[in-house]
Design a binder for this molecule. Structure first.
Ligand code: AHR
Length: 503
């Protein structure tokens, strides 16, 4: 039997947990929008054509901000195509995903959908094929109350109130050769700085996110961040990080330790941002918006799903519809632990994506909607992570990985809400074979009651939820947990994720 020890101290704070860390992402991609959130004619659709069963699941998921409308899609998008009377909206080629975009849904409709899920819009402007003027135009359309050409158009289009978008992404993944308008760091930085300065002339209080690298494995990673921040530091509030994980050639041990990579990624970007801060003698701190993260079986997309046929331009094709296993959910829960561990600097994040496309929620046209395994670590963490993240002291046995060397078998983070006394601990056991018993010292938090112990684990780590078996994997109560004399003891089965709530 292996043992680990975790020490919690309310005086040892990382920082407040920003609700924006529980953001998500809706891109015009595959069936995320069409046949996902929007399906007029579905028995559960409301008068606007939005599926209310999906709305209910998004609310249960506990999503805060929603990034929109892309993603790679945004780098070729003309925002005005999605405004005005539907019958006169153009259909366009979406070059990013080799599809037809009907433009039935645009900014006004999506904003209406967000009110149903109590979400905040995080809007990305096109800095791929467009620039300063179009960013200014969409800002005027969205945020100016009335009395100008574009704000009056919005009102005429049925949105009398401004959308009041606070947080804006300056393009998407401009370091990626696949991106329309892909540029060097210096070229992008100049475009982003000009756009940011112009947007701030409209509203100096906007929160702006500049593109960091689309992955820590990019050849330009590090230099990209330095060059981009050196030119934009005074204009922006966040730099983005994007990361997707999948097992490489069946190496599950490394896959289970993916959070090690996320930790290093965040810490490198924070170090680069702080280096530029020092160079500029700036008072301001630029934080991280981790606005795309997930498990994504990208190899499957590249090898099987990618559509390149010049004669075939499908509408809302089934793309990136990964089915998530128990093991994927454990990795996913570990990534959330990494985000919370950096709560002082990761103050916004977006799970990519929300419905059907690498998503926690799946739908069938005319049929049901269901929760993937990854739904649960997200919904439970979003519900329980309140107050501030605590810097935990953890002694854990180690486990070998090819990608990261020896890593801690158990990983953990805790949150504590001073006002209510609520404390939550999130743990993963990354071993493929070993059960680990963890002692958690909670005496300094005055814990009197263990309220819930929700876990994801299964004899079959490849088990998943499907259309025919939507509840094959649901959270289980870990019955081994005990609170005694200021210590919680719990046994974590191999490949498991657990959330403890206490007060
Ligand atoms: O989320 C899927 C895609 O991944 C996004 O469109 C892009 O930004 C990233 O490469």
């Amino acid at each position: 039997m292996l043992n680990a020890h975790l020490d919690l101290d309310p005086a040892s704070l990382v920082g407040p947990v920003n609700r924006r860390v529980f953001g998500s992402f809706v891109e015009h991609l595959g069936r995320c929008v069409y046949d996902g959130i929007y399906e007029p004619g579905h028995p559960a659709a409301n008068a606007d054509g939005f599926r209310t069963d999906v709305v209910d699941l998004v609310r249960e998921l506990g999503v805060s901000t929603v990034r929109y409308p892309g993603g790679n899609f945004v780098s070729g998008y003309r925002w005005e195509d999605g405004t005005g009377p539907r019958e006169s909206r153009p259909s366009r080629l979406d070059l990013a995903w080799h599809s037809i975009e009907s433009n039935e849904i645009g900014l006004d409709e999506f904003s209406r959908w967000l009110t149903l899920v109590d979400g905040e819009l995080m809007y990305a402007v096109n800095l791929g094929t467009r620039g300063v003027q179009e960013a200014l135009d969409v800002l005027e359309y969205a945020n100016i109350r009335s009395g100008t050409e574009l704000s009056n158009q919005r009102i005429a289009n049925g949105s009398p109130q401004p959308h009041g978008i606070r947080i804006w992404c300056l393009g998407n993944e401009m370091d990626g050769p696949w991106q329309l308008g892909h540029s060097t760091a210096a070229e992008y930085a100049q475009r982003a700085a000009q756009t940011a300065r112009a947007m701030r002339q409209v509203d100096a209080t906007l929160e702006l996110v500049v593109c960091g690298s689309s992955g820590a494995g990019m050849p330009t990673f590090g230099e990209w961040e330095r060059i981009v921040l050196e030119k934009t530091y005074d204009e922006v509030d966040f730099i983005s990080c994007h990361a997707y994980y999948e097992p490489v050639e069946g190496d599950f041990a490394s896959f289970l330790a993916s959070a090690v990579d996320m930790d290093r990624f965040i810490e490198s970007v924070v170090a680069t941002a702080d280096h530029v801060k020092a160079l500029r003698r700036s008072e301001k701190t630029v934080n991280v918006s981790f606005d795309e993260w997930n498990v994504w079986y990208q190899s499957r997309y590249n090898e099987v799903e990618k559509i390149t046929d010049a004669d075939t331009w499908p509408q809302a094709p089934r793309l990136l519809e990964d089915s998530y296993s128990v093991m994927d959910a454990v990795v996913f829960g570990g990534l959330l632990i990494s985000l919370l561990r950096h709560a002082d600097r990761v103050t916004a994040a977006s799970l990519a994506q929300l419905v059907n496309v690498i998503a926690p929620i799946m739908t069938e046209p005319g049929g049901p909607a269901w929760r993937q395994t990854t739904f649960y670590p997200f919904s439970i963490t979003s519900r329980l992570a309140r107050g501030a993240a605590l810097r935990v002291r953890l002694d854990s046995p180690s486990t070998p990985t090819d990608a990261y060397g020896d890593v801690q078998m158990v990983d953990a983070v805790a949150t504590h809400d001073e006002a209510s006394g609520a404390t939550s601990v999130f743990l993963v056991n990354r071993s493929l074979t070993e059960t680990v018993t963890v002692d958690i010292a909670v005496d300094r938090l005055g814990i009197e009651s263990l309220d819930s112990v929700e876990s994801i684990f299964d004899d079959d780590i490849h088990a998943a939820n499907t259309l025919t078996h939507p509840d094959r994997v649901v959270p289980k109560t870990n019955t081994t947990a005990r609170l005694h004399d200021g210590t919680v003891t719990i046994s974590l089965p191999p490949v498991s994720w657990t959330a403890l709530a206490m007060h």
